[in-house]
Design a protein around this ligand. Structure first.
Ligand SMILES: Cc1cc2nc3c(=O)[nH]c(=O)nc-3n(C[C@H](O)[C@H](O)[C@H](O)COP(=O)(O)OP(=O)(O)OC[C@H]3O[C@@H](n4cnc5c(N)ncnc54)[C@H](O)[C@@H]3O)c2cc1C
Length: 283
């Protein structure tokens, strides 16, 4: 289908973008890579009066760091993230998970910010952001606000970004030296996750000293697997520990049933994949 008619605005600065959003009101939609928004418009599941394209603001695509954080502009594409040395060194789990997103065409257009703002429960990057305690920087008419990942994902396709706000940057604490793995189970290569597990471990002399675990597509939002994390810390990184920790994978989950999988199958997958992900991360 052809989208309903809309006005198209391409601001050249963030200030212009925030004003355009305020002017257009609640019927406006922000356009990042368009990989999720355009299908939604074509299916007429949304009919915004104005589309505000962030593609003309180069600063939104920058990736940099300070002493504590790697800061990724919301318009950095998945391809940018996968290829970036800083991200691979300091936030390896994000690079690994992003490499599993879709196919090269989508990764060249789709953006980190767009994927997280879209908040599809099957999206691969939410569980990573949650497990790694990422922080979301949003800008609106009242200025900048920082949202913790734990508060960002509110429900199915719903985040804490206000209607008059733009996600400008996602910052990740540095995890240099940690080991990580993203275990994704999908029906066909390059498809969305049926279930996936994000794991980052700090291992010292064979003992896991810190653990971060996030689950994809096991509820309306990404889920932090705190029970699994607690079961890993202080233990050796071996198969029995991984299996025992995986028994906690379903805590706090509400697995959906859909055309891809029934909820009980997802629950089975979550446990098996958690064990695999922990072992793979531990090496
Ligand atoms: C064929 C196909 C397969 C895919 N497979 C996967 C997959 O395996 N795993 C996965 O995780 N994803 C997958 N995706 C989704 C992909 O990751 C998209 O890139 C992502 O969902 C949306 O990013 P985008 O930059 O294209 O955002 P857009 O489509 O432009 O925007 C998405 C939504 O976010 C809002 N938005 C965008 N940027 C901002 C911002 N800066 N501030 C506030 N709101 C904003 C928009 O208004 C819109 O509502 C797939 C997509 C396609 C088309």
């Amino acid at each position: 289908m052809i989208p309903a008619k809309f006005d198209y605005v391409r601001p050249a600065s963030l200030t212009e973008a925030v004003s355009a959003l305020a002017e257009a009101g609640e019927d406006a939609k922000i356009l990042a890579g368009g990989q999720s928004l355009l299908p939604v418009l074509r299916l007429r599941m949304a009919a915004p009066s104005t589309v505000i394209d962030l593609g003309g603001i180069p600063e939104l695509r920058r990736i940099g760091a300070d002493d504590d954080y790697v800061m990724i502009g919301s318009m950095a594409t998945h391809h940018d993230v996968v290829r970036d040395d800083l991200v691979n060194e300091q936030v390896e789990l994000l690079a690994k998970a992003t490499a599993t997103v879709a196919d090269p065409q989508v990764r060249h257009r789709g953006t980190l910010g767009g994927a997280l703002a879209h908040a599809d429960p099957a999206g691969d990057l939410g569980a990573v952001a949650l497990a790694l305690d990422a922080e979301f920087v949003v800008l609106g008419p009242k200025g900048t606000r920082l949202i913790r990942a734990a508060d960002f994902f509110q429900d199915y396709f719903t985040t804490a970004i206000g209607e008059d706000e733009i996600l400008t940057m996602v910052r990740f604490p540095k995890f240099g030296g940690w080991k990580s793995h993203y275990e994704k189970f999908n029906r066909t290569a390059q498809a969305w996750s049926m279930v996936a597990i994000a794991v980052a471990l700090k291992v010292d002399g064979g003992t896991i000293t810190e653990a971060r675990v996030g689950l994809t597509n096991m509820g309306n939002t990404p889920i932090r697997a705190s029970g699994v994390e607690q079961a890993l810390v202080g233990k050796s990184a071996d198969i029995d520990v991984a299996k025992a920790a995986a028994e906690h994978a379903l805590e706090g989950t509400a697995a959906p049933s859909d055309a891809d999988a029934a909820s009980d199958y997802r629950e089975h997958l979550a446990k098996v994949l958690t064990g695999r992900a922990v072992l793979a991360a531990a090496g």
